[in-house]
Design a binder for this molecule. Structure first.
Ligand code: ADP
Ligand code: MG
Length: 730
């Protein structure tokens, strides 16, 4: 031990002590040899997971696929929830839905292949002293049938469900034999994972990460921490992984949520301070030209569009940089309003950057804007990783050509994905940045752009963000740092409602019939396949097999397949073919979620609808009903649970994105730690939109820090070089 201390220094002592606590001798040995390893590489939070003992390369790869390469990454990979193994319940007291630990004796067990392909089922019956009988089933663990002996006592933890025959059962419960340091007396973390990586494997790494917790520095000033009654950072990290009580876990979550929210606010406020110090260009409101532009449109502007455009065009005349949010449900006509702002800017001799979240959308906007804006004033370019295009030119143009035109100002409107900002694009006179369908609110990108403009001695561009995500004003202020909001509350007149039907397993025939009829009328169909959270690969498989199924069923239909794993240019081609009606039916993952505008598409079929948020279903539905013909939407699900069907029926009944988003909030609640990640809102791991009180606290703390101790900012914003902070992932 002395030798170790001399060689390895402080951290070695720490690790050695930790392992000493372990009861088993083998563990102690492992711990010591671990210390020797550390000597060469200095143990730290940056120790790679792959170098840990017992982590095989295939397992290390699984960690990498979750974005976890070091112990520090692991420390900031928070559990989704904790399973409460302490809730010991006797079998005669079990109720469905309860999460319990049962202490029972195996009274029968056998493994058999299941009728479903490549599945194996191990079925057991467990009894306890109350004489109650409980069915237990494990999938694909046939060895359990030989491991466990009749009469053996086991701790089994899981959620109680009911078999088809109505008996109570545990499916895939955690099992444990009575041991000295039992998990079944604890709150056990459940982590987001990936196929082939077990909770057990993750927990093992987590234990090693948590052992280094004393190396994690406190980042918050003590006065802020105390006045808000927040736990210490190291303690919070320890407790979120392996809590000693539900209260301790809650306190840990609160502290770590605060860190996320504070970092977010600091970024915005930092950007705001920067931009206040740098004036924006004054872009005159070209009333006559704008009027003429509006007159030649095939439809009148809605009242809200007119008002929003007016507010924006006023803002552009000020030297204070505009920071405005344009909110409007899908199909409310945001693009047109933003296009008017862009047109006004190019008329004034300024360049415009128009940023979309996906290549597919960027390309679509490029096309729309190229036809919408008069070519003698607007030269519209499209920049993507796969090429550079210019309106009016057939093929792609070279990068150097594009850059030259951008620098000289002959291209005055560039449509691109957010990645554009990461590129070294030299602008001639950038005056306006439009961020379309902004889901992540681009706080980082925006700051990058600001800093680059300042470095180049250029004025601060005006910012206009477009969003269909319905967020209340106070939240918008927090999320976007933007005080000015224009809202498009009413859709253009003549927009038809989209009748929406929930389809259970028995309704397939109706969907098929309507599909055939739709295509027969020369109209087009979207089929959206479920969003699968755990793995993109699964999403691709779902889309691919659905396309195969449909192709087999209707060999005459022209069916296209779109998913995120296709190269960008291929995605564009497929979408182009769909738009030009060379395809009748497009099977797609949610790649097309926002903004796609194909007026001839009149049928939207959403498979696995139960997997989507309500607001998201509404957004998807908004992809049809864009032309003059009646459109409809099917929400298809295999689920038969009452609650699930009720949820879907709400989408069928309600045609208001705001209302549905509120319902989403209510129904999902703050229960799962991961909260609203799926809704495309900021990628906080813990904080949700329901944390309004903490948000306000974070906003005020950020204000205080920026005003009085701005030196602290870098250590409070993750991804800065400061060590010990790595919980931000994009
Ligand atoms: P979103 O707000 O979802 O971005 P879009 O801007 O894509 O909506 O508009 C949806 C469709 O409505 C487009 O085809 C657009 O041309 C059309 N549109 C926009 N404004 C009006 C209007 N005032 N009257 C009729 N149609 C309009
Ligand atoms: Mg749009």
């Amino acid at each position: 031990m002395l030798l170790l201390i001399l060689r390895g220094g402080q951290t070695v002592i720490l690790t050695a002590l930790l392992y000493q606590k372990s009861t088993k001798k083998t563990r102690l040995r492992q711990g010591l040899s671990r210390c020797f390893c550390y000597n060469t590489g200095m143990p730290s939070l940056l120790t790679p997971i792959k170098s840990l003992r017992g982590v095989r390369p295939e397992i290390a790869e699984k960690f990498t696929s979750l974005g976890l390469t070091t112990l520090q990454d692991a420390l900031f990979h928070f559990p989704i929830r904790h399973q409460d193994f302490r809730q010991r319940v006797s079998i005669d007291r079990l109720t469905v839905g309860q999460e319990v630990t049962v202490v029972g004796q195996i009274s029968s067990i056998k493994a058999r292949p299941a009728w479903r392909r490549r599945m194996n089922v191990t079925e057991a019956v467990v009894t306890d002293r109350t004489g109650g009988r409980l069915a237990v089933v494990w999938f694909n663990q046939p060895y359990l049938a030989t491991w466990f002996k009749i009469g053996q006592w086991l701790y089994l933890s899981g959620r109680v469900s009911r078999t088809k025959q109505g008996k109570l059962q545990l499916q895939n419960p955690f099992y444990e034999r009575p041991t000295a340091n039992p998990s079944h007396e604890k709150l056990v973390p459940v982590y987001p994972s990936t196929a082939g990586l077990s909770q057990w494997q993750i927990r093992r790494v987590m234990k090693q990460a948590v052992a280094l917790i004393s190396l994690v520095p406190e980042t918050l000033p003590a006065d802020i921490r105390q006045s808000l009654d927040l736990s210490e950072r190291a303690e919070a990290l320890r407790q979120i992984h392996f809590p000693t009580s539900p209260e301790a876990a809650a306190a840990a979550v609160r502290r770590l949520k605060f860190d996320e929210l504070l970092a977010w606010q600091l970024r915005w406020q930092h950007a705001a301070t920067l931009s206040q110090r740098h004036p924006a260009p004054t872009i005159p409101f070209r009333q006559a030209d704008i009027r003429a532009f509006v007159r030649q449109l095939p439809f009148p502007l809605t009242h809200d569009q007119r008002l929003a455009a007016w507010q924006i065009l006023q803002d552009l005349q000020r030297t204070e940089p505009m920071a405005r949010l344009l909110q409007g449900d899908v199909g409310s006509g945001k693009t047109l309003v933003a296009a008017m702002a862009a047109f006004n800017a190019v008329l004034g001799g300024w360049q415009v950057a128009w940023l979309a979240p996906t290549v597919v959308l960027a390309e679509q906007h490029w096309q729309t804007l190229s036809t919408l804006l008069p070519a003698e004033h607007a030269s519209v370019g499209f920049l993507s990783s796969s090429g550079l295009r210019l309106a009016g030119q057939r093929g792609p143009i070279s990068r150097s050509d594009f850059t030259a035109r951008l620098q000289s100002g002959t291209i005055n409107l560039v449509v691109a994905t957010h990645a554009l900002l990461a590129e070294t694009v030299g602008w001639h006179r950038l005056g306006l940045v439009i961020i379309d369908e902004q889901q992540r609110f681009g706080v980082q990108q925006r700051q990058q752009l600001l800093e680059r403009q300042i470095a180049a001695g250029q004025p601060m561009p005006h910012f206009l963000s477009l969003t269909a995500t319905p967020i209340p004003r106070t939240l918008a202020l927090f999320l976007t740092g933007q005080l000015s909001i224009s809202a498009l509350r009413h859709k253009p007149v003549g927009r038809q409602p989209i009748p929406t039907t929930v389809i259970g397993p028995a309704g397939r025939a109706q969907v098929d019939r309507v599909t055939t009829e739709t295509v027969g009328r020369g109209e087009q169909v979207f089929v959206i396949t479920p969003l699968i959270v755990e793995s993109d690969a699964l999403g691709v498989r779902a889309a691919t097999s659905e396309a195969e199924r449909l192709t087999a069923a209707w060999p005459k239909l022209r069916i296209g397949l779109l998913h995120g794993s296709l190269p960008a240019n291929e995605r564009l081609q497929i979408l182009q073919r769909f738009r030009q009606h060379q395809l009748d039916l497009l099977v797609s993952t949610t790649v097309i979620e926002v903004g796609i505008d194909v007026p001839n598409a009149t049928l939207m079929i959403i498979e696995g609808a139960e997997r989507f948020g309500l607001a998201q279903l509404h957004q998807l539905r908004g992809r049809v009903g864009r032309g003059s013909r009646p459109s409809r939407c099917f929400l298809v699900t295999d689920q038969t649970s009452e609650a699930m069907l009720d949820r879907l029926h709400r989408v069928a009944k309600i045609d208001d994105g705001y209302r549905l988003a509120e319902l989403d909030l209510e129904l999902r609640g703050g229960g799962d730690l991961y909260g609203l990640r799926q809704s495309g809102l900021p990628d906080w791991q813990l904080a949700t939109l329901l944390d309004t009180a903490l948000m306000e606290a974070a906003r005020l703390a950020a204000r205080d820090i920026i005003a009085h101790r701005s030196g602290l900012v870098p250590q409070l914003i993750p991804n800065s070089d400061h060590h010990g902070l790595a919980f931000h992932r994009e």
